[in-house]
Ligand binder design. Structure first.
Ligand SMILES: [Cu+2]
Length: 143
């Protein structure tokens, strides 16, 4: 059986270059997607920041809405809350303190970096609180 000798392998500088370019493109895409996700999770337009000490034991005063009182416009821009704390919180209207006819809402549990928003449709003083930590209270004055 006759075998022909193999010719020597040609060097492949072009294929190496394309591999490098592909790797750089993949890295750029991953960094871009990560930056997009991070900026989406922490929008800069939050009006009320939810803060805590990552514990929130009963009546822990360091778990709060900042500012505690915020002025909004009826049918204007939505009010945004953002949880910058380490534990989950909610934003819920206080039906005991609020006048009849005002908007009512209760957010789902908001994790760190999460937001909740509401566009107020009725003028008035809105008392709200965190349904997980009932001592965390805030007010939105809608004019
Ligand atoms: Cu809370």
């Amino acid at each position: 059986m006759e075998t022909t000798p193999k010719p020597p392998e040609p060097s492949k500088p072009k294929s190496m270059t394309w591999k490098l370019i592909a790797i750089v493109v993949v890295i750029l895409i991953v960094v871009g997607v990560a930056a997009y996700i991070l900026t989406q999770q922490t929008p800069t337009n939050a009006n009320v920041i939810i803060q805590d000490d990552t514990a929130c034991g009963l009546n822990d005063a360091s778990c709060l809405f900042n500012p505690a009182s915020y002025n909004a416009t009826v049918n204007g821009a939505a009010v945004f809350w953002r949880n910058d704390g380490g534990v989950n919180h909610t934003v819920g209207t206080n039906s005991t303190l609020n006048a009849n006819g005002l908007d009512t809402f209760t957010s789902n549990s908001i994790a760190h970096g999460g937001t909740y928003s509401h566009t107020f449709t009725v003028k008035g003083t809105y008392h709200y609180y965190c349904t997980i930590h009932a001592w965390m209270k805030g007010i939105i004055n809608v004019n």
